[in-house]
Design a protein around this ligand. Structure first.
Ligand SMILES: NC(=O)c1ccc[n+]([C@@H]2O[C@H](COP(=O)([O-])OP(=O)(O)OC[C@H]3O[C@@H](n4cnc5c(N)ncnc54)[C@H](OP(=O)(O)O)[C@@H]3O)[C@@H](O)[C@H]2O)c1
Length: 253
């Protein structure tokens, strides 16, 4: 079993939501956590405060969709905590835009944040690495189409494909690479999706899940910890969807 204790863990986009839940679980396993936000500094500081109660870490404010931001994130990490051994490529943006109305700037933003950033951060991680684990945050939208999420879904499909290639090419560096693909999760991004569907949490869970329960950020974080610890798993994607993909498609009408 891969021991998380004292490992330097970078979690991109960990001021709130899924990233925060992963950062907290890694801290409870004894990891040293690099919290990262783009602009919500208060949220990053709050996450770090909670981490400091159970382990230790630091906050790096950096936009990982840019090369400068990614370099800053690694430079600060190495200067203060040492070489990272766990990288969670969690930061992501989702913009609902039906085909025919996709704005160039949104297309670029989603690909830069959801695909180029995990790719470049992982290459950087590999460069100085003595081995470790990478987890990519995919989405159910990258497996099953969801109306209005063509570009977002395409970035996540590509990230799932990239996860498999990364596992192959990084194995000789002693790096395992896996992904998780959650359905709608109870976060700011998930709430935004429910609002667009005009459904509250209970209505959505009843209509679109087998378990009758909306996925929590902690549910996703538990799967991430499992993938990090199990040293026989690489190149895999775990879907966390409350059973929604097992339901008859008619059910969605
Ligand atoms: N929620 C869902 O239903 C769901 C389902 C499947 C997959 N996912 C994926 O899970 C991940 C996290 O989603 P979430 O729901 O937790 O989102 P969220 O609540 O919107 O939180 C996103 C976090 O990422 C940060 N972030 C965004 N862009 C960044 C950038 N360029 N550089 C650094 N940090 C950045 C945000 O910080 P700032 O506020 O500072 O920008 C924030 O801390 C995403 O990759 C998303 O695609 C979410």
């Amino acid at each position: 079993m891969y021991d998380i204790r004292n490992r330097v863990c970078i979690v991109t986009g960990s001021g709130r939501g899924i990233g925060k839940a992963i950062a907290m679980k890694l801290a409870s396993e004894g990891g040293k956590i690099v919290v990262n936000v783009r602009k919500s500094i208060n949220e990053g500081e709050q996450t770090l405060k909670e981490i400091d109660r159970i382990s230790s870490g630091m906050l790096v404010t950096a936009d990982v969709s840019t090369e400068a931001g990614r370099e800053l994130l690694f430079a600060k990490t190495e200067e203060n905590l040492g070489t990272p051994e766990i990288l969670i490529n969690n930061a992501g943006v989702g913009i609902l835009e039906p085909l025919g109305g996709i704005e160039e700037k949104n297309l670029e933003l989603m690909f830069r944040t959801n695909l180029f950033s995990p790719l470049r951060l992982s290459e950087r991680f590999m460069k100085d690495s003595h081995g470790g684990v990478i987890i990519n945050m995919a989405s159910l939208a990258g497996i099953n189409p969801f109306p209005g999420l063509a570009v977002y879904g395409a970035t996540k499909s590509a990230l799932i494909g990239l996860t498999k290639y990364m596992s192959l090419e990084m194995a000789s560096y002693g790096i395992r690479v896996n992904a998780v693909a959650p359905g709608v999760v109870k976060t700011r991004m998930g709430d935004g999706l429910l609002n667009l569907m005009n459904l509250d949490e209970a209505e959505f869970s009843k209509k679109f899940t087998l378990t009758g329960k909306l996925i929590t950020p902690e549910d996703v974080a538990d799967a991430v910890i499992f993938l990090i610890k199990n040293e026989s798993i690489t190149g895999q994607v775990i879907t966390i969807d409350s059973g929604s993909t097992q339901m008859a498609t008619d059910y969605f009408k």
